[in-house]
Design a protein around this ligand. Structure first.
Ligand SMILES: Cc1ncc(COP(=O)(O)O)c(C=O)c1O
Length: 398
């Protein structure tokens, strides 16, 4: 069958592939420790589930407005006002089917073929492919481990060309857990201020999952010159353990929001009505469960970092948030097991899956082949077991 040319330009999501491999192995009866997960290991809080049931009983099961229900848009605006101190109106908000869909709609609305999009690397696996789907050109800018994988202002300046249309920033980051401080962001904002044609996609999906009393902030918050060209992407998936409900949002300039809504109107139409009402309960409800989850992730991050510290030759910046670490395992590249040699992150991930039944995501699809991504959205027992197994498997390499 002849497929459209755009299909050949994109790859399947590496994280989804690893998870299905791990699931298949599990189904064959093997106890797999899955460090590949990209979602909290907690159930959606019960008051949110109840709100969904209630909405169905109330007959809220029909099409809604394409861009989402007004009550949810207002709740998003309140949340942004309370959490970010930024004032937006309903007209600045589009509710979509997950943060991923919000990003997709934004890219479709503002990118033309040949436009360049600056993506600090390591990056979330989906950015380059979604940019490609919009016909634009992803420009990955490698960030060093010594800088905790954070893009430096001079790197941004150097990467901007006359074709640059968009700059993507994700803090705290998937896959590194790194976080840009207000001072880091001010440095980047100074560069962006010199290039008014460059828009910003601020992927804030992990903004509530931050450790050690760190203050979260984004480019629009640190420099008001950025507000009109900064697009905030957020959603309920990670903060409220609602990955399956598929609600995310895009916030920013009204004209772009109208354009993105038009695109959504000719693709998915509204996000699920029931999920929208559940998200309303999430945003309006008690946040103590979120705080508790963040404390749990923080404890686990400390444990994980300590265990990584025990692995000879492996280095890793301290994560500030989200639920991932991105350690550098390149000290093991070139080592052998049986007749085979571990040449890169994919070989190492395959080896750990086959020999140790531990699923990790190789670093290459995140733009950094020396690392692997380890999620700690799993129980302490599994974390312990997983690191024991990794330790034994690495020791067997010669
Ligand atoms: C950095 C980042 N952005 C956006 C998303 C999209 O989240 P969702 O579409 O589930 O809301 C994810 C999910 O893994 C992510 O890690």
């Amino acid at each position: 069958m002849k497929l459209a040319e755009r299909v050949s330009r994109i790859k399947p999501s590496a994280t989804l592939t690893i998870n299905s491999k791990a699931k298949a192995l599990k189904q064959s009866g093997v106890h797999v420790v899955n460090f590949g997960v990209g979602e909290p290991d907690f159930d959606t809080p019960s008051h949110i589930q109840e709100a969904a049931v209630e909405s169905m009983r109330n007959g809220q099961t029909r099409y809604t407005a394409v861009g989402g229900i007004d009550e949810l848009k207002d709740a998003v605006c309140r949340d942004i006002e309370n959490g970010y101190g930024l004032t937006y109106k309903r007209e600045n908000v589009l509710i979509s089917c997950g943060g991923k869909h919000a990003l997709y709609n934004l890219f479709q609305a503002v990118l033309d073929p040949g436009d360049e999009v600056i993506i600090p690397s390591p990056y979330w696996v989906s950015y380059p492919d979604m940019v490609e789907l919009a016909g634009a050109v992803p420009v990955a800018v490698p960030c060093s481990e010594q800088n905790a994988f954070k893009l430096q202002p001079e790197q941004l300046e150097k990467a901007i060309t006359s074709r640059t249309r968009l700059f993507i920033i994700n803090s705290p980051s998937n896959p590194t857990g790194t976080h840009y401080t207000a001072s880091d962001l001010k440095g980047l904002a100074e560069v962006l201020a010199r290039h008014p044609g460059v828009l910003i996609a601020s992927d804030d999906i992990y903004c509530r999952i931050l450790f050690g009393g760190r203050e979260w902030t984004n480019l629009a918050m640190v420099d008001e010159r950025m507000i009109d060209r900064c697009f905030i992407i957020n959603g309920v998936s990670k903060t409220y353990c609602m990955t399956g409900w598929r609600i995310g949002y895009l916030i920013g300039n009204e004209e772009v929001i109208r354009a993105a809504t038009k695109i959504q109107g000719q693709s998915t139409s509204n996000p699920t009505s029931i999920s929208q009402y559940a998200s309303l309960a999430a945003l309006n409800g008690d946040r103590r469960l979120v705080d508790q989850m963040v404390r749990t992730f923080e404890e686990r991050s400390r444990y994980v970092l300590a265990r990584i510290g025990e692995l000879h030759g492996v280095t890793c910046p301290t994560p500030a948030g989200a639920f991932y670490v991105f350690p550098n395992f390149s000290a093991y590249f070139g080592r052998k097991v049986g007749g085979a040699s571990i040449a890169n992150s994919l070989d190492l991930a395959d080896y750990l899956m086959e020999k140790a039944h531990v699923a990790v995501v190789p670093g290459s699809p995140f733009g950094e082949d020396r690392c692997i991504r380890i999620s700690y959205a799993l129980s302490m027992d599994d974390l312990k077991e997983g690191f024991d197994r990794i330790g034994t498997a690495l020791a067997a390499l010669q």
